[in-house]
Write a protein that binds this ligand. Structure first.
Ligand SMILES: O=C(CCc1ccccc1NC(=O)c1cccc(C(F)(F)F)c1)NO
Ligand SMILES: [Zn+2]
Length: 403
């Protein structure tokens, strides 16, 4: 049964300029699905921060993020909810049992006995080494994201945040790009038990391939990713002409961009594409992956964005007043990632923050200016206005098929 009780998925055919919508849409006013509670759930515990600190690809980032949010006094405005580890049943709602079993066994191996992680099997090698405890880490991150999704389903809040989630590359039976468990997919599957249409938006520098793969054949989840797309750049997928398959055709949206893009052009693309997607698709819930590796100053050195630019994108999504799950992702400059997610957390709370970084444990990360804002670099922008216009036109034509 699909979430809305229908037996089969509709084919999503027809055009955006719809004739009379199926009568159930007429009967379910939009306000019905958005919850009335304007609390903001923030999934947090010290143990969770410690776990992420030690095992994430960027050691120490989790406590820097949490430390800055706390230093600005935002934690007392948030509804803090403790995470619990995802169960095997929850993990295998997307991942294969073989993969999860392997991850659990390999993670339990002591260092010396390690003889299995060189196998390519399950993608557990180079980029995704099997570190002791990686299973507990992945299960806790997935559990944290599921906890946030559950709060949205229960109407506890309208926005729920897990900055330590957003691991969008993990596949059904393969780790990838340092992602072991695909927590965005697990959250979307959980949200689908309550909402018949979920929109996933991925603003990480990298293409959200694992989430796109999971839902490429269904019209019940629309995945929309803005990312760098260039020869040889990881993961290599996310071409503008990849629009999904079968019943999912046109419900996969890819917005391929080049190095050097800045806030104004990025927002212009985002606003045109995402606004059309929302008005055509009319989702009932949103999952937004806000990986910060596109920030100016990130060691990835590709995009040239600032938290202000991404904040304008977030404002568009928050204006829809839909149940919204915010996740993190990449972000390899610890200070800038903390700056970005702190600024976005304040925005969700409707709080404006002083530019001076408050004195706190991680204060030294923010030198030499010790300011919250990030100034864009003066690097070459390879996104000509003609290129951006062409991208918008192609994406817009595809979206016109969405009903
Ligand atoms: O950010 C990612 C994953 C990036 C990635 C993909 C494939 C293999 C390795 C990685 N991770 C990095 O490239 C990486 C991880 C930590 C730090 C850095 C740094 F060099 F940019 F700092 C880079 N997805 O949104
Ligand atoms: Zn990334």
């Amino acid at each position: 049964k699909m979430a809305d009780g229908s037996d089969k998925e509709n084919d999503g055919g027809g055009s955006c300029h719809r004739n009379l919508p199926p009568n159930r849409d007429v009967l379910v006013p939009r306000s019905d699905v958005a919850c009335r509670n304007d609390a903001v759930v923030f999934v947090h515990s010290q143990m969770y921060v410690d776990l992420c600190n030690n095992l994430a690809k960027v050691p120490g980032r989790a406590s820097a993020v949490h430390g800055l949010i706390e230093a600005y006094g935002l934690t007392k405005e948030l509804r803090l909810v403790e995470p619990r580890p995802a169960t095997v049943a929850e993990l295998t709602s997307f991942h294969s049992t073989d993969y999860i079993d392997h991850l659990r066994k390999a993670s339990a191996e002591e260092d010396e006995e390690k003889d299995i992680d060189v196998s390519e099997e399950f993608g557990l090698c180079y980029d995704c080494p099997i570190l002791p405890g990686v299973y507990e880490y992945a299960a806790m991150v997935a559990g944290a994201t599921l906890t946030a999704a559950q709060c949205l389903i229960d109407g506890e809040c309208r926005v729920a945040i897990n900055w330590h989630g957003g691991w969008h590359h993990a596949k059904k039976d393969e780790a990838s790009g340092f992602c072991y468990v695909n927590d965005p997919v697990l959250a979307i599957l959980r949200l689908r038990e309550r909402f018949s249409k979920v929109l996933y938006i991925d603003l990480d520098l990298h293409h959200g391939d694992g989430v796109e793969d999971a839902f490429c054949c269904t019209s019940r989840v629309m995945t929309l990713s803005l990312h760098k797309f260039d020869t040889g750049f990881f993961p290599g997928t996310g071409d503008i002409h990849d629009t999904g398959m079968g019943r999912g055709r046109y419900y996969t949206v890819n917005v391929p961009l080049r190095d050097g893009i800045q806030d104004s052009q990025y927002f212009s693309v985002f606003n045109k594409v995402v606004s059309q997607a929302e008005s055509c698709y009319r989702p009932e819930a949103v999952v937004l992956q806000l990986g910060a590796d596109g920030m100016s100053g990130d060691p990835m050195g590709c995009f040239n964005l600032t938290p202000q630019g991404v904040g304008r994108c977030l404002a568009v999504v928050l204006d829809w007043k839909l149940p919204t799950l915010l996740l993190g992702g990449g972000g390899y400059h610890v200070g800038n990632t903390a700056r970005c997610w702190t600024a976005l957390t304040a925005q969700v709370l409707g709080k404006s923050l002083p530019q001076d970084i408050p004195e706190h444990e991680h204060f030294t990360e923010y030198g030499p200016d010790y300011e919250l804002g990030i100034t864009p670099g003066n690097r070459v922008n390879h996104n000509t206005d003609e290129y951006v216009e062409e991208v918008i036109n192609i994406v817009s034509e595809n979206l016109a098929h969405v009903m």
